[in-house]
Design a protein around this ligand. Sequence first.
Ligand code: NAD
Length: 483
Amino acid sequence: MVSANNLIAGKWTVGSQGERSVVSPYDGKQIGTYSVPSLEQINTAIRSASEAQKAWGRLPIKERSKVLFNFRNILLRDIDKISKIKGAECGKVFDEAKAGLMKGIEVLEYALSIQNLDTGGKTEVSRGVSCEYRREALGVVANITPFNFPAMVPMWTIPIAIALGNSYVWKPSDKTPLTSFFIAEALKEAGLPDGVFTVLHGGHETVNAIIDHPAVKAIGFVGSTKIAKLVYQRGTQLGKRVLALGGAKNHIVLLPDANLEISGVGISDSFTGCAGQRCMAASVLLAVGDTNGHIEQIVKRASSLELGKQMGAIITKEQIQFLNNAIAAAEKAGAKVILDGRKAKAPPGMEGGNWIGPTILDNVQPNSEASKVELFGPVLSIIRCKDISQAMSIANSSEYGNACSVFTSNGGLAERVAREAQAGMVGVNVGVPVPREPFSFGGTMESKFGHGDITGEQSLNFWSNYKKVTVKWEMQSDSNWMS
Ligand code: NAD
C-alpha cells in the first residue's frame, strides 16, 4: 500500500479534505491512498514554492543541472520499483510502464543539454552597442496530468521547467496519484531544495485553486479536450500562459503497397498498446483499395495478445461499459466486428479488474460515433476508402489533430500524406509517431490549446521568459544607439 500525500514546502502533508483510496484496474483491489489538500494548504504550498524559486532561479543553470543529473541516476536505479507501481495504478503491463518512464528520462536528458545548447545570443547591433538574449525563469509554474501516463507525461515538463529555474507544482491525476510519491522522493534525494517541487492532489477544486493563485505564472495541462478547454479558458482569462493538450482520434492511412509485416505489427501495436489508452493510439484505419491481406495480419497479431501479459487493463469499469456501448452502437450502425474483445476473459486471479480484448470493427461509416468520437480503448475502426484523396478528406474532417500515419512503400504518397495531414504529428510506416527528443510533442486543433509544444525545443519559450538586453559601454556621444 502506498500513501500519496501532498508535498508542501518539502514535507509530506496529509490533506485535510480527506483520504481517498486507489484501486488497481488489474484486479479491483486497493493498492494505496491519497489525500486532498484544503485551499489553505494549497495556498501555503504555492507561497513556499514562490519563496524557494527565488534562490533556485538565481543558481547558474549548470548547478541546477547537477541536481537533475542526480535525479536521472536515481530514476534509473529505481526504474523497476517505480514502473511496478505505475503499471499497477494505471493498468499498464510492466514493459509499457517502464518504456513510459524511459521516455520521461529521455526528456530529462534533453533538459540536461539545455545548459550547453541554449546559450542565447549576443550581437553588436550598432557602433559600441550590443543586444543580448537572456532566458529567465517565470517563477512558479504548474502542471496537471492525466491518468494514462502517471510518470511520462509529468516528466515531459518537470525536468525542463525545473532546469530553467522555475518552481514546479504538480497535480497528478486523481485516478493515478501514487507514482507522484516516487518521483518526488527521487527529486528530494537528488538534492532539490524544499519547495522547488510541490505535489497537490485532488480534482477540479485543487486545479482551480492552483490556476487562480496569483503566484502561478504558467499552466501546462494534459487530459481530455473538455477539461483542456476549461483549464485553458480559466487560465487565459487571468492573463496567464496556458498550454493545454487534449484528446485525439488518430488516423492511419493504409495503402495496398505497404509492407505486410511492418504494417501488421505497426498498426496492431498502435491500437492495442497501453490497451488503446494513449493519445497517440491508432483509432481509425483508412484502408485504401485492396488491403485485405494487411488487415488479416493486423487481426492475427492483435488476436494473439495475452491479456495481463502483453496488453493491460482499462482504467475503470465505467470505461469498459462505455467501450461495450460504443462497439454495440457501431454494430447497429452497420459495422462488422471482425475481432471481438468483449468475449475476452480476465487473466486468472484478476476477475475483479477491468478487461476487454482488442476489437476491430470493419466497414465503419465515416460519420458514425466509432469514426469520430475518442473511444480510448483497444478498438480499431476500419473505414474502407476508394483512394487516398477520400482517405485524407476523412482524416482531415476530424475535429482533433494529434497524429496521422501512413503505411506505404511509395515515398511520393507518403510525402503527400505528411503534407496534407492536419495533425501535428505524422508517421510514415510508424504507428505511434511520438517525436523523440529534441523534437517537440504537440498536436493541433481540439488536441491542443495554446501555442508551442509541451516538450523539446519548442517548449523552452513556454517555460521561460526571453529577456532582451541592449547595452552601450562605449561612451562616444556622436551617435545614438539606433545609428
Ligand atoms: P481528464 O481530462 O479526465 O483528467 C486530466 C486531469 O484533469 C486530471 O488531473 C484530473 O484530475 C483533472 N480534472 C478532471 N476534471 C477536472 C475539472 N473539471 N477541472 C479541472 N481539472 C479536472 O483526462 P484523463 O481521463 O485523465 O486522461 C485521458 C485523456 O487525456 C484522453 O482524452 C487522452 O487523449 C488525453 N491525453 C492527451 C495527451 C496529449 O498529449 N494530447 C496525452 C495523454 C492523454
